[in-house]
Design a binder for this molecule. Structure first.
Ligand SMILES: O=C(O)C(=O)Cc1ccccc1
Length: 269
C-alpha cells in the first residue's frame, strides 16, 4: 500500500514506515503537514508522521495537521531513537539535522563541539545528504546512514538513553476503526469557563479510562482559545468510551469533537 513519510530515504520516519509498508511502496516528502494533507485528499493510502518524542515532546506540526485535515489514525509505532554524529571528518563547522534531533543531542554538542553552528533542516536524512556533499557539515541521524564519504564520529549522542519516538499511521477518514487499545480524539469546546478542562476529562476518570496524553494547541481563532488533543487507553468499541464521548460532545456543543479512531501500538527496534 502506498505510504508517504518524511524523507528523504534514511529518516527515522522511514524506519517506522517499514513496519507497515514494503520499502518499494514508501514515498517521501519533506513536510509533515504535506503527508497528512495527501492522505486526507486521497493522494496517498497511508501516511506515517512523528508525533511525540520522550525527550523533546510533541511534534506540534503533526497535531495541528490532524486538527486541520480529516484523517483517521490506524496504528501507533514506537521506536527507540539512537542518534549518531556523521561527517566526512572531525573538522566540521556546522551540524545540520531535524530540529528535534538537534535538541535531543544538545548536551553532547555543547560539551564536544561548542564552536559548531547548528542548522535545522526538514529531516535527519536531509542533513545526512548535505553532509555527504559538503565536508564542512556534520549530520545527526541513524547510524545506518554512514558509508560512502560519511563516517560515524560518535554513536548514542542523545541526552538520555531512553529516547523513544511515537509515530502515527494515518489513513483516509473512512477507514477510522473502533478496534484497538488506544483512541485519539480532538476536542474544540469553543468555550472558556473555570473548570471546563476538568469537566472534559472527568467523564474518562469516572469510567476508569486512563488518559495517555492531553495536549492543548492554540485554535488559531483568538488568543487563549484551545483545541485539546486527548489520547485514551481504551477503544471506541467499548461502551465506557462511547459513554464518555457522549458527555464530552455535550460539553463541546458550541465547537466540535473529532474521533481519529482506535488503534494498537507496535514497538519497532
Ligand atoms: O528527521 C527524521 O528522521 C524524522 O523522522 C523526524 C525525527 C527526528 C528526530 C527524532 C525522531 C524523528
Amino acid at each position: 500500500m502506498e505510504t508517504l513519510t518524511l524523507g528523504p530515504s534514511g529518516t527515522y520516519s522511514h524506519r517506522a514506515a517499514r513496519a507497515v509498508a514494503d520499502d518499494g511502496d514508501i514515498e517521501f516528502t519533506e513536510s509533515v503537514t504535506g503527508i497528512v494533507e495527501a492522505v486526507a485528499q486521497g493522494r496517498s493510502a497511508r501516511g506515517v508522521v512523528p508525533v511525540e518524542n520522550s525527550i523533546e515532546g510533541t511534534v506540534t506540526e503533526s497535531l495541528d495537521a490532524f486538527a486541520e485535515y480529516d484523517v483517521a489514525v490506524v496504528q501507533e509505532i514506537v521506536t527507540p531513537i539512537r542518534h549518531a554524529l556523521l561527517a566526512q571528518h572531525e573538522a566540521f563547522e556546522l551540524v545540520a539535522s531535524h530540529a528535534q534531533a538537534l535538541a535531543q543531542c544538545r548536551s553532547y554538542l555543547e560539551a564536544n563541539y561548542p564552536e559548531a553552528d547548528l542548522e535545522a533542516v526538514a529531516s535527519t536524512a536531509r542533513g545526512v545528504e548535505r553532509a555527504r556533499e559538503d565536508g564542512t557539515l556534520a549530520a545527526i541521524g541513524h547510524p545506518d546512514n554512514a558509508g560512502g564519504t560519511l563516517q560515524t564520529l560518535a554513536e548514542d549522542i542523545q541526552t538520555r538513553d531512553s529516547n523513544a519516538t511515537r509515530f502515527l499511521v494515518v489513513a483516509p477518514s473512512a477507514e477510522q476503526s473502533r478496534a484497538g487499545s488506544k483512541t485519539s480524539l480532538i476536542v474544540y469546546p469553543n468555550r472558556d469557563y473555570p473548570g471546563l478542562l476538568l469537566e472534559l476529562l472527568d467523564p474518562f476518570a469516572e469510567r476508569d479510562i486512563n488518559l495517555t496524553r492531553v495536549e492543548s494547541r492554540p485554535s488559531g481563532e483568538r488568543l487563549g482559545d484551545y483545541v485539546f488533543h486527548i489520547d485514551v487507553a481504551a477503544g471506541l468499541y467499548e461502551n465506557r468510551t462511547v459513554e464518555a464521548l457522549a458527555v464530552v460532545e455535550d460539553l463541546a456543543d458550541a465547537g466540535w469533537v473529532r474521533r481519529l479512531g482506535s488503534y494498537d501500538t507496535e514497538t519497532v527496534v
